[in-house]
Every structure is written in C-alpha cells, then in structure tokens.
Design a protein around this ligand. Structure first.
Ligand SMILES: [Ca+2]
Length: 469
C-alpha cells in the first residue's frame, strides 16, 4: 500500500477543528486522551476526513494526542484495510481505540478513493518485527516515520538465494553490504547461502566469520580465494578485526571456523552451493574481484556436479549484480575489474550471455557518504560491534562511500529501487574499460546514478539497518 506520511504539526490538525478546542489544545496538549476526550466522535471523524483531503499523499495520526508520530515504524492492520471513504472512518477509529490509537490515510488518484486504516507503531530498531507484523497483515510496505521512507515487506516474495562475493579486508563498504544482507535475512527477504571472500589471506575470511557470528548467522558457509591476485591495494587495513580484544584482553568477536578450521576454496564453494540449489534460484552479488568467479567458470566437473562451470552457472544462476564498470559519461576509473584484469577478462569472456548481469558503477554510490562520525553515532547502542570497532580504531576517512551496498540492495530488492539502462552486451578491454553495446536481447544492464532525493533515501535505508539490534 502506498503511504507517505507527512510531518505536519499538530497545530495544523487543530486548525480544522472547532475554534475553542483548537485554542485550548494548542496551548496545552500534553495529556494523553485529553484531546480525544474533548472531541465528539463526529468531530474526530471530520478531522480525520479533512486530513485525508489535506494530505492526499498520506498521513498518520495518534488520535489520543492528535499528533503525528515523528518516529517509529508504522504498519497497518489488515482488519481495516478495506476502509474506503468517509463512511468507513468510525470503524477505523473503533479499531484504533481498541488497539494502538493510531489511524492513517491516503488518497488513491487511480480509483478516486480515500483509504483509511488503523495502525501499529514499532520502535525503529525493531524492523524485523515490524516487517513480520506487516506480512501477517498482508501489507506491502512499512513506513519509517523519522526518515520519511517506505520499505517493502515483499510478503509474497519467493525465496531469494544469495551468494556474496566480496573482497573483505580493505574498504569498509563491503562490511555494510554484508550487514545489509544479514538484516534482509532478519526480515526474511533473502537467504544468504554463502560468502566467497575473493581477497586472499585467511584473516579476510575470518572477518566474514566474525560478521556471521555477530549478526546471528554463525553457520553461513565461507569460501576463500587462495589463487587470486597477490597483494592488491588495501585502503583500510582492518584484517586484525577478527582478533580484536577488549581492554581486559578478552576476545571480542566469536568465530565458528576458528584458528583450527579450514575454509573451502572459493570456486569450490560456488560449485557446491550452486549444485545444491534449484535451477535459476541463485543471485550473486559480486562486490570485489571476480577471481573466484573466473575460476568457477573455468572449472570442470567434480564431486559436486557433472556440469562444467559455465553450464552450472547457466543452469542455477538467476542473475549477478556486480559492483564495477564505467558507463556513459562517467569518468571515474573502475577498480574491481581492473585490479584483477586477467581474471576479469576470463569472467567477461565466459559468463553466459543468457544470464543477466547488472553493473553498479562507482558513480552510483559516490554521493552516498556515510561519514565515520555518523557510523559511530548510529552504532551507539553497543560497544561490541565489528564495524564500530573498525571505525573507532582505524582511520576510515577513505572508503566509506556506499558503493558495494548498491549491488546487494539491487540484488535483493529487485529493480524497483534503481533506474537501469536498456539491455545490451558488455565487453571488457585489456585496459579494464567496460564497453556497452545496446541490444534488446542483451544480458547486461547498468545502474544510473540517482538524484539527491534518491541518494538521501538509500543512505537513510542503510543507516536504518545499522541501528537494528
Ligand atoms: Ca568491495
């Protein structure tokens, strides 16, 4: 359901009420139920109806205080969802009084109807519970009052199986992309079936291990590239994060694999996970080097599948969302493909031309600047937090732009949040340039950068995920 709740002052509501009541309550309106008790039911219904007309994009109203909630996650009850027009308002109010004293409404210009409903408000750090409640009440969206954004609940959504392919251990946007996936898991919006760490070095896989544990998914399998590119540039060296200790020398973050365990080779984990998955069920989010992907595509039959890598991808993968590439008028250099150019050339040559690939160029995430002080502030709810630790103890003045989450969000949300190019084919030059050739039968598209409103919305979305606990 479309909803856009506006932040109007209670005074505006009062302006539509009888003068005497308006004056009294503008002066002193702190007592719960005070306002409602002073209104007759008919006056309350008229006020709600008037708000629906004044704010056709939507409103939320606490009828015990006649104020708009300024924070909270607003979810509608299914019981009142077919409440059209003025005659339905008494029933909505009755339900609201019996439950949470919150009503909302909006106008649908497509059918000329006003919709009113009774709402429940959850704390903003309880997104998973709010989404579950929304699903139980057949609601497509929840509304975040403090941020002015709607989130999809996708209650009818099928299982999306995600494999994250990441170069953990350098820029911190990989950490945020991974965080988003766990929070999507909390909301049951995807199933993260595996993490492939394509940056060589055991510590980088250990980072995935502590992230899995911290976010409550200790058993998500992790693969590690062992034959990728040697010594790629490190922007922020947070490889010591898995072994952080408190001032009392206590190990801060749990691991599942630990010092004695081993990680599966990255492309082998791909083969295992793909072989175990239904056809066309897996979406890959690639936010690092395509080293393990190139090795997967070059692989032959093994104990997991009689198919070679290309055929396995063709049969099992629905789409890949890849952070990288430079398109259109963009001038910024690509890092991910160029840094691993030999692997990237193999990847582009072998990736099946009938399996979709959506590129997220750097310019999409560029304006989404999640400042270090904001990160630490958003994570003020705990001191035991791997991302917060990184920001507290390392210099994170570089690398905090939210590039990688764009591939992950697009992979889970689908295309609704992004403006994508027309279809075409993309080839890679030995210099690392991505060449796009339009073709309606092409498998490739790329994200266009969003406008400032869009960038603001998506950054708020990422920040909302960071406060969940
Ligand atoms: Ca990355």
């Amino acid at each position: 359901m479309k909803k856009l709740y506006l932040s109007i002052a209670a005074a505006v509501v009062m302006a539509i009420l009888p003068a005497g009541i308006s004056a009294q309550n503008n002066a002193q309106n702190n007592t719960q139920n005070n306002t409602q008790n002073r209104l007759t039911d008919k006056e309350l219904y008229n006020a709600i109806w008037a708000m629906g007309q004044m704010y056709p994009d939507g409103f939320t109203l606490d009828i015990s205080t006649m104020r708009q909630p300024t924070e909270g996650i607003v979810v509608s009850y299914v019981a009142t969802q077919n409440s059209f027009d003025k005659k339905s308002i008494p029933n909505v109010v009755k339900h609201a009084r019996a439950n949470n004293n919150v009503v909302g409404g909006w106008y649908n210009p497509e059918n000329g109807k006003y919709y009113f409903d009774s709402n429940r408000i959850f704390p903003e750090d309880s997104l998973a519970a709010a989404v579950q409640f929304a699903r139980d009440n057949d609601q497509h969206t929840v509304y975040i009052a403090s941020k002015g954004i709607n989130l999809w609940t996708n209650y009818e959504q099928k299982d999306i199986r995600i494999i994250l392919d990441t170069d953990l251990g350098s820029s911190t946007d990989d950490l945020f992309a991974l965080m988003m996936l766990y929070r999507y898991m909390d909301m049951k919006r995807c199933n993260l079936i595996g993490i492939v760490v394509d940056r060589m070095g055991r510590a980088n896989a250990d980072i995935a291990d502590i992230m899995n544990n911290f976010y409550g998914y200790p058993d998500i399998p992790i693969g590690l590239e062992t034959n990728g590119i040697p010594n790629p540039h490190v922007f922020i060296s947070y490889h010591n994060l898995p072994y952080a200790r408190s001032t009392d020398a206590e190990v801060m973050f749990k691991r599942t694999v630990g010092d004695s365990g081993t990680y599966m080779e990255g492309y082998k984990l791909y083969r295992k996970l793909l072989a175990e998955s239904p056809d066309k069920s897996v979406t890959i989010a690639s936010i690092g080097f395509v080293t393990s992907l190139a090795r997967l595509l070059e692989s032959g039959p093994d104990e997991y599948s009689p198919l070679n890598g290309v055929e396995l991808v063709r049969q099992k993968v629905n789409a890949i969302y890849a952070m990288g590439g430079v398109f259109g008028d963009a001038v910024e250099p690509d890092y991910n493909f160029k840094a691993a150019i030999d692997f990237s050339l193999k990847f582009f040559a072998l990736w099946p031309k009938d399996v979709d690939i959506v590129f997220s160029p750097g310019e999409v995430g560029d304006p989404l600047d999640y400042r270090p002080e904001t990160v630490i502030s958003d994570m003020s709810w705990t001191d035991l937090h791997p991302i917060k630790w990184t920001y507290q103890y390392l210099n994170c003045d570089t690398g905090q732009k939210m590039w990688d989450p764009q591939a992950v969000i697009n992979a889970v949300e689908g295309d609704a949040l992004y403006k994508l190019s027309q279809r075409g084919f993309v080839t890679l030059t030995p210099n690392g340039e991505t060449i796009f050739t339009p073709n309606p039968n092409g498998n490739a598209r790329y994200q266009y950068p969003g406008d400032p409103v869009w960038c603001d919305l998506v950054l708020k979305y990422i920040r909302l995920m960071a406060i969940q606990h």
